[in-house]
Structure formats: structure tokens, C-alpha cells
Design a protein around this ligand. Structure first.
Ligand code: G4P
Length: 315
């Protein structure tokens, strides 16, 4: 999918992260539990490689509990990494991140060596909600302290536990096609950056293999297996008053309805990807990227050969 987006303040956020990292003991990445792989920022992985990591699978109330357990096990099997699932508005699960971070950096703690934690995530993943939940009682927000840039905020969760917040950050180019669709469907990408019809079709394609009965129940549909994604979307539109004059289905309206129903949890708790699926897509995306890069280099080399002899001589 061609996603037309400007990753916003990516460069300044990236710089703020790079500048802060030497003083950071643990990096928290907030992920969307419905699309953990797709909501993980590959640029962040590159920047923070080797740091103890805590993956927080947020919006678990909207995700499939069985698949959330698979994702947690997947992250917990990685070195120096732990993972928790939570609903950012609930205090008790949110505060579990404190002992989880302490366990990842056991040599830090106490007034002399306070634990310094960086929290990152894509836009709309629930970071503000989580910080508000955590800041509810003990935490103090300090925006104007020397050494704290405007782009980050230091939140004191305990006398010896500092959380550094960063603005939501996307990355410049999505190499995994499914990820683009999943991010768009979940609301991680601004709505002007994608085509809703295309996203709704991809969303239905991802959802129907695991959750066909949910769609049948929600829209009072019959057997789905004989329908193409396009026909399924049209049926959803037909059932939900998306008809135009002459009886034609308003596919744009049907697409918006399907995406909104997914986002609001009207289809029940749904996860769009498993760790195995994501790693297959990731490998395919990397291979495509490598091919693209090789083509670009071949073009550059052949352009170089076509240049007239003596090109570049200053004379
Ligand atoms: P951000 O700072 O990372 O950009 O995200 P923010 O906290 O603003 O959250 C984005 C949206 O996700 C908000 O909904 C918020 O309520 C919702 N959200 C955050 N955490 C959770 C969670 O654990 N479960 C569920 N179900 N929703 C969550 P919104 O519709 O954009 O705003 P509002 O209507 O809630 O104000």
C-alpha cells in the first residue's frame, strides 16, 4: 500500500532519543496488543539495540487473549527483554512496569543510582493515557528542568525511578506491506495518509481466517468462505445501510464502518498477527528491500558506464 505520510517530528524525536540513551537503563516500547509486530518501530530497535527492553502490549482489552499470551512469550524469550500486557487506563497493571524495569536493571536503584527509563511508542498507541494513569498519585511531571529538552518529559514515579517520555514516533518507510494496513486500520497513521477502501479490504483479509464467525454474527451474514474480500465488504455495506440511489453499495461508507467497528471492539477482541506470521512478512519485506536496493545500485552503475569519457574532469 502506498502510505503517504510525513513522519512528523521524526528527526527531532530521533535526536532526543539518541542524546538521552547513554543515560538510560531500560527502554520501554509501548505496542498495540492487536498488532505488536507492526506497531514496533524498527528504527527504535536499531537505536536501542543492546539495552534492556520492556515491551508493553497496550489495549489488551481489545486484543485476543490467546494471541497476546503468544506475543508475551515471544518477547520474553529474547535476551534482556521482558513483556507485559495492559490496559493503559488501569492503575494496578500499569504500575507493574516499575518492578519489571527494576528486574531488568538490578544494579540500578536507590537515590545515588536512580533507575532511568525511556518510554517510546508510535502515535495513538496510548502513551499519554498510560502516563496519566501512572502520574495519578505519586508521579510528578517535570517539563522545565535543566537538561530535559522540550521534546521529552521526566516523570518521577518513585524517588529513585525516572521515566523519560518521548513524542510518538513513526518511521519513514514501511517495508512490511501488512504492517502498513494494520497500522492504518488501528489508527496509528493519520487518516489522510491512506485509502480507507484499500485498508478495509486488507483488514477483512487479516481478520476472516481467525474470526469469520464474529463477522457473520455482527452483520448477520451467511457463509463467508465463498466471498471475496470485496464481496464481503459490499455485503457489510448492504447490511448496514450503505446503499446509494439505484441500490449500489457505498463502498467508502462500508469501509469506514468496518474500520470503525474493528477499532471500537465491535467485532470482539481481535489480534491481527501472530509472531510467526509477522516474522514471515518481515523476512519477505527485507528481501524485497534488498532487491530494490540492488536494482538501484545496478541502475547507478549502468548510468556511470554511460557517462562520456573524461566526465567529471575539471579540465
Ligand atoms: P498516544 O499518547 O500514544 O498518542 O495515545 P493516547 O493515550 O492519546 O491514546 C490514543 C487512544 O487510545 C485514545 O482513544 C485512548 O483512550 C485509547 N487507549 C489508550 N489506551 C487504551 C487501552 O488500553 N485500551 C483501549 N481500549 N483504549 C486505549 P481516543 O478515542 O483517541 O480518545 P478518547 O476518546 O479515549 O479520548
Amino acid at each position: 500500500m502506498a502510505i503517504q505520510w510525513f513522519p512528523g517530528h521524526m528527526n527531532s524525536t530521533k535526536k532526543a532519543i539518541v542524546d538521552r540513551l547513554p543515560d538510560i537503563d531500560v527502554v520501554i516500547e509501548l505496542l498495540d496488543a492487536r498488532l505488536p509486530g507492526s506497531s514496533a518501530n524498527p528504527l527504535l530497535a536499531e537505536l536501542t539495540a543492546g539495552k534492556p527492553a520492556l515491551k508493553l502490549l497496550n489495549k489488551q482489552d481489545l486484543a485476543d487473549a490467546e494471541l497476546t499470551a503468544l506475543w508475551l512469550a515471544h518477547y520474553q524469550a529474547q535476551p534482556g527483554t521482558n513483556a507485559l500486557a495492559l490496559d493503559a487506563s488501569e492503575t494496578a497493571p500499569a504500575r507493574q512496569l516499575i518492578p519489571a524495569c527494576r528486574a531488568l536493571a538490578p544494579l540500578r536503584g536507590g537515590m545515588v543510582k536512580p533507575l532511568r527509563v525511556l518510554i517510546c511508542g508510535i502515535p495513538n498507541v496510548g502513551k499519554s493515557t498510560l502516563i496519566n494513569t501512572l502520574a495519578g498519585q505519586r508521579a510528578a511531571l517535570t517539563g522545565d528542568e535543566p537538561g530535559i529538552t522540550k521534546l521529552e518529559q521526566k516523570i518521577v514515579l518513585a524517588n529513585d525511578f525516572y521515566l523519560f517520555d518521548t513524542p510518538g514516533m513513526l518511521w519513514p518507510r514501511i517495508t512490511v506491506e501488512h504492517s502498513g494496513y494494520h497500522l492504518a486500520a488501528s489508527g496509528g497513521i493519520g487518516r489522510n495518509a491512506y485509502d480507507e477502501h484499500e485498508v478495509a479490504l486488507a483488514l477483512l483479509a487479516s481478520v476472516r481466517p481467525r474470526y469469520a464467525e464474529r463477522l457473520q454474527a455482527r452483520y448477520a451474514l451467511g457463509e463467508l468462505s465463498t466471498l471475496s474480500d470485496e464481496e464481503l465488504l459490499a455485503d457489510i455495506g448492504r447490511k448496514r445501510g450503505g446503499l446509494m440511489a439505484g441500490g449500489r453499495v457505498n463502498l467508502q461508507k462500508a469501509a469506514e464502518l468496518a474500520i470503525n467497528d474493528f477499532r471500537s471492539g465491535a467485532w470482539g477482541r481481535i489480534t491481527l498477527e501472530t509472531p510467526d506470521e509477522f516474522s514471515t512478512w518481515w523476512a519477505a519485506g527485507q528481501a524485497l528491500d534488498a532487491e530494490r536496493q540492488a536494482r538501484r545500485e545496478r541502475r547507478q552503475r549502468s548510468r556511470g558506464r554511460q557517462l562520456p569519457t573524461g566526465h567529471g574532469d575539471s579540465g
